[in-house]
Design a protein around this ligand. Structure first.
Ligand code: FAD
Length: 373
């Protein structure tokens, strides 16, 4: 589509931004086309994309957006599945420059990284320490720690490791007025000192505890009783922490906020030990219902993950030359629409699978595979 006069005027305005930052601003058609999609099935063409070189650049972008009335979409790997990584405004891609691992503390089991570090990148650096990040979305090759925080990501081993909000320790973020602040659990005296500041940060420490107190009953009564919810903000976590008398922290509020509350620049994430052994058990079922009926019994054996792969998917994989050879362990072809359940064990629970992992449910076949998955 040709640029309209309005778009040309907006573009001229955005071009000013490049004079305020070290990183690049790109408004060309190719960039706009590339950033008009993420891993979802939606498409929205943005005005352009910018690539902050450092935190001051992120501040400059946020200030510029506020002054100009433009929206910004912070972006990591763009692997979101519901269109969170696209928008009409300016895309702010943190992956080209804000991608350094700043510190790893194996003794205290945490890592401090810039928001654009990918999960694979961090896990590779953690492997020699026998540590890893708990939440493991299968998009790890592109998913960034900033994007995972903003999406409150989880992964196939969520039974063991929960979601990002369970592991976040501290965040450095840029607020909507362009100020950079550190968020961490604060004792009451520190909250009072922060609340006394005549800044946006100060307002957050004044207003949010007040709002939590005012709406405590509603949060307790009406917050959706789902295990994970990124359709709103984690008010339930803040409320629970307040009830338990824990130090006040705005970190859980940023987890799952999908770039709507602040731009995350640095994440301090808690780490978990890498399992010494992994173990895969493959159960064959005649159909979906039979497989699902078995789940409670599988859970009783404390698996690290339970995954369902249906015949359609396995047959497609067998037809793919690249993946066919990796499918050596599920033996034979399933018949009559059979589904397979995969049950992953992590170290420490391997022995529990034993020969009775299937318990009272009746899989057609029961295969086991030992080794690193
Ligand atoms: C094949 C595949 C498998 C997946 N598996 C899983 C899974 O198992 N579990 C799961 O939870 N998800 C899964 N996802 C969804 C998605 O990959 C993850 O949620 C991932 O963590 C998103 O990271 P990202 O860097 O790609 O974020 P993006 O898609 O770039 O952004 C995600 C959201 O976070 C915001 N954001 C990004 N960076 C920042 C920042 N620095 N500051 C503020 N906001 C920011 C964006 O605006 C957007 O709203 C999967 C996706 C694919 C394609």
């Amino acid at each position: 589509m040709p640029d309209t006069p309005h778009l040309t005027a907006v573009n001229q305005k955005i071009t000013e931004l490049s004079t305020r930052m070290e990183g690049e601003v790109r408004l060309d058609r190719l960039t706009r086309a590339l950033y008009s999609t993420d891993a979802s099935s939606y498409q929205i063409e943005p005005l352009g994309a910018c690539f902050p070189a450092n935190v001051s650049d992120v501040q400059a972008v946020v200030r510029f957006a506020a002054e100009s009335g433009l929206s910004i979409v912070p972006r990591g790997g763009g692997s979101s599945l519901s269109g969170q990584g696209i928008g009409e405004g300016l895309i702010m891609d943190l992956t080209p420059h804000l991608n350094r691992i700043l510190e790893i503390n194996p003794a205290e089991k945490w890592a401090r990284v810039e928001a654009g570090v990918t999960l694979d990148q961090l896990n590779r650096a953690l492997a020699p320490h026998g540590l890893m990040v708990g939440p493991d979305p299968s998009s790890a090759v592109v998913a960034t720690i900033g994007g995972m925080t903003a999406n409150n990501s989880t992964g196939s081993h969520s039974i063991l490791y929960g979601m990002m909000a369970d592991h976040l320790r501290e965040l450095e973020v840029v607020l909507s007025d362009g100020t950079a602040v550190s968020l961490r659990p604060q004792l009451p005296e520190a909250v009072s000192a922060l609340a006394a500041r005549d800044t946006l940060e100060g307002r957050l420490y004044r207003d949010i505890p007040r709002l939590l107190a005012r709406y405590a009953a509603a949060i307790e009564r009406d917050y959706p009783r789902t295990w994970r919810n990124v359709a709103g903000y984690n008010l339930n976590r803040l409320h629970a922490a307040q009830q338990a008398g824990e130090p006040f922290s705005l970190v859980p509020l940023i987890a799952g906020s999908e770039g709507t509350l602040a731009a995350i620049t640095t994440v301090t994430v808690g780490l978990v030990p890498r399992p010494a052994h992994t173990h895969l058990t493959l159960l064959h079922f005649p159909g979906l219902r039979e497989a699902l009926n078995c789940v409670p019994q599988l859970l009783a054996h404390q698996p690290g993950a339970v995954e369902l792969l249906d015949k359609f998917f396995i047959d497609l994989t067998r037809e793919n030359r690249q993946y066919r050879q990796r499918l050596s362990f599920p033996q034979g072809r399933s018949r009559g629409g059979a589904d397979r359940g995969i049950c992953r064990q992590r170290s420490g629970t391997v022995a529990r699978t034993g020969g009775s992992a299937a318990g009272g449910c009746a899989p057609q076949r029961f295969l086991r595979h030992r080794g690193d998955l």
